[in-house]
Write a protein that binds this ligand. Sequence first.
Ligand code: C2E
Ligand code: MG
Ligand code: MG
Ligand code: MG
Length: 287
Amino acid sequence: AAKAAGRNRVEVFTPDLRTAAEQRATLAGELLLAIERDELVLHYQPVMGLPSRRCTGVEALVRWQHPERGLLYPGDFLPTARQHDLMTPLARWVLREATRQTAAWRDAGLVLVTGVNINATHFTSGTLVDDVMGALADAGLDACQLVVELTETSVADDPERAAAQFAELRTRGVEVSIDDFGSGFSSIGQLVNMPAGVLKIDRSLVAFTEGRRRQTAAAIAAVVALGQACGIRSLAEGVETAEQLDLAESLGCSFAQGYHIARPMPAGELPSWIAAHPPATIPVALV
Ligand code: C2E
Ligand code: MG
Ligand code: MG
Ligand code: MG
């Protein structure tokens, strides 16, 4: 019976399953090569300051220019990267490229704050602060032009370690934001004790459907108030309409980001986008 079971177990590896596993392994191998060969690209989505409506920065979002499959989005390859421990090598590439580009824009007279997404495993690996500071030093970029984004759920996984690394990064001048805030079931008490600079209010809280404006406003106002009490500024993510932008502004969000403002774009398109979207006239009283 044991022999039969053993044989059965062997038979679990049917050709179909092996193909699926092989496909994943192939993608992971390709991704590793892609990182080395610079087949990855960053697109940048403008972040708008409120109420100035001036572009204050960008978020760097990774894409993979796959030789056969075309442009792949994070949802297409980050799960594989996670399974194969490639998130930290990927993040190192992203940090280097984002800091290099931000320094190049600065040299051209365009001073922006760039946000980079970091995965939970990188936080727990203990190399994050060194990787961030190394990238800044090599690019010749000031720490105040970089923001590290960590999702709410990653923070909640190991709040003490996250708090320690947040504090360390901020001591060195790198701002930290909590991404996708309000999307998970994390303890709010834990999150507000984080030494973070920005709460990025998740798209699911910001996007409202017809007739839900009052509830959306209450949720955003609650996050903004919570942040204000803790000295943390808020950013509305996923702003898709003028009405949502007005709402975020009137409720005291310090920043907004979303398709209504701009979609993520290649680095080369950003300067002309900014030139074509001058900030709203700032009221004289504020100047
Ligand atoms: P995220 O950090 O929350 O980034 C925002 C995502 O929402 C981006 O998707 C962006 O294109 C999309 N988005 C922005 N505005 C709108 C809007 O108005 N409506 C809608 N429907 N979507 C909007 P993207 O680029 O596909 O990235 C998805 C996620 O992948 C990111 O979510 C982030 O968690 C992760 N990611 C992206 N780049 C990196 C990276 O370099 N490293 C790591 N570790 N994760 C990354
Ligand atoms: Mg993000
Ligand atoms: Mg986000
Ligand atoms: Mg998100």
